[in-house]
Design a protein around this ligand. Structure first.
Ligand SMILES: Cc1cc2nc3c(=O)[nH]c(=O)nc-3n(C[C@H](O)[C@H](O)[C@H](O)COP(=O)(O)OP(=O)(O)OC[C@H]3O[C@@H](n4cnc5c(N)ncnc54)[C@H](O)[C@@H]3O)c2cc1C
Length: 427
């Protein structure tokens, strides 16, 4: 039996191990954290459970749905979300739901929409132009431009457009007008249902997948020697492998390798991403959270998005309580304000929005994630390919959201782990 080593115990690593097990192969997962699950994981403070950012599953693959459901029953939430813009609450997507805005604001948005440039989408290569062409200048500048700075840590013109896919709804004039005159009845979100485990937080959908996996926790890989086919760990131990799979972020794995050519190092360093804080709040009342999740466009309010763990599942809070988690993102090269400053400002601003009072708060926590979203700047595909080709040349199979450096949801990271395992089986 060949020794297959998997670095990282997130969904991609678990999926690869699962596929290998199905084919009769053994593998060992080494995970740096004290628990498996990666970004699908969670933490609990005084009975309040918080995921590591929002997390629902919306896979349409029946087999994966079955595997997730095998871990326990799920809630099916309709994907109803909201937007907060200068004191107004608009259903999502905002451009289709202008109803609550003052007339003057609606006129500027609609006039901008009517006058928008007509350019075939296939000819557009930058996100700024894409937004102007889809929505008109006024809406683009006041909504998605602001959101891009908050969520992607970048200016829209710095981004390319292939990542957009069906993620952003491009409205017709009729839709914009209808949503400006009357309350919406139609939902334009890109999925029809958002599923979430009834018990145990998002991570629990991975329980069936993790069952039977050989996972060693608190085992951080600190160097890899492809010639000797060995991995050194932070605890001073070394292991050998016949095949190596990694879900480590590309810029991280490159740092673990010896004698990396300068061109590869430069490409790895040029890969941009966001990092961010999770600000988690537990409340002593059951009805604080009103929205499953919502987006905030105001740039003086740090979070880009806020969601409610207690509305995802009441199992996430003690009885009679509720909770929110706010997500605050930065570009990886930005200067990041200290955690306590961000926590304080966020709590103050959310209070000013009227979401809760300070006496409602039972739990207040802030944590930092070094890797959140991949930033799709104009050089991403070239830089990513250079790094991936180099890893392939060393016999390292890179996978998952940060190992492929792709905008993967959990089901896509799962699929990538599976495909990567199949490559190993067939090689
Ligand atoms: C803000 C945000 C919201 C999201 N919301 C959703 C959602 O609603 N629905 C959805 O489907 N997806 C969502 N996702 C995406 C989802 O989280 C990812 O696609 C998925 O979790 C990626 O899994 P992975 O295994 O590829 O990576 P990870 O989960 O990052 O796993 C990699 C693992 O490698 C470990 N590791 C790193 N370095 C080392 C080392 N040196 N040695 C050993 N181990 C190491 C890490 O600790 C981690 O456990 C969201 C992501 C973000 C950032």
């Amino acid at each position: 039996m060949k020794e297959v080593v998997i670095l990282g115990g997130g969904i991609a690593g678990l999926s690869a191990a699962y596929r290998l097990r199905q084919a009769g192969w053994e593998s060992r997962i080494f995970e740096k954290d004290p628990d498996w699950g990666g970004l699908c994981g969670n933490f609990t403070i005084n009975g309040f459970r918080f995921d590591r950012f929002v997390h629902f599953t919306f896979t349409s693959d029946p087999q994966l749905q079955q595997l997730f459901a095998a871990s326990g029953p799920l809630w099916n939430h309709p994907p109803v979300s909201s937007n907060y813009y200068h004191g107004y609450w608009l259903y999502h997507p905002a451009q289709n739901n202008l109803y609550p805005l003052p007339t003057e604001e609606k006129v500027k948005i609609i006039a901008g929409f009517v006058k928008r440039k007509q350019v075939p989408v296939s000819e557009i290569t930058d996100y700024e132009t894409w937004l102007r062409v889809q929505y008109g200048n006024y809406f683009a500048e006041h909504f998605p431009f602001a959101y891009t700075r908050k969520y992607w840590g970048a200016e829209p013109k710095e981004l390319e457009t292939k990542w957009v896919g069906n993620r952003m709804h491009a409205p017709t004039l009729e839709e914009v007008l209808k949503g400006a005159f009357e309350k919406p009845t139609e939902n334009f979100y890109y999925t029809s249902v958002m599923r979430y485990p009834q018990k145990g937080g998002f991570k629990s959908i991975l329980s069936a997948l993790a069952q039977g996996a050989d996972i060693t926790l608190n085992k951080q890989a600190v160097s890899i020697n492809p010639a000797a086919k060995s991995v050194c760990f932070a605890d001073g131990t070394t292991g050998t492998y016949e095949k190596l799979l990694s879900s480590l972020p590309l810029p991280e794995i490159v740092n673990l390798l010896p004698d990396v050519p300068a061109s590869v190092q430069n490409s790895a360093k040029s890969l941009r991403h966001t990092c961010g804080y999770q600000i988690s709040l537990g409340f002593n009342k059951p009805d604080i959270a009103k929205h499953l999740w919502f987006y905030i466009y105001d740039e003086d309010i740090p979070p880009a998005r806020v969601y409610s763990p207690s509305l995802k599942s009441p199992d996430n809070v003690p009885q009679g309580c509720s909770s929110l988690q706010a997500e605050v993102f930065y570009g990886n090269t930005a200067s990041i304000p200290p955690a306590q400053t961000v926590l304080q400002t966020t709590v103050e601003k959310l209070q000013q929005m009227g979401l809760f009072k300070s006496e409602d708060i039972l739990v207040k926590d802030i944590r930092f994630e070094p890797y959140a979203n991949i930033t799709f700047d104009h050089a991403i595909y070239q830089n990513r390919q250079i790094v991936l080709d180099y890893l392939t040349s060393l016999g390292i199979y890179s996978m998952g959201r940060f190992g492929k450096w792709a905008y993967y949801w959990t089901h896509q990271a799962f699929e990538d782990g599976k495909i990567t395992a199949e490559k190993i089986i067939n090689d």
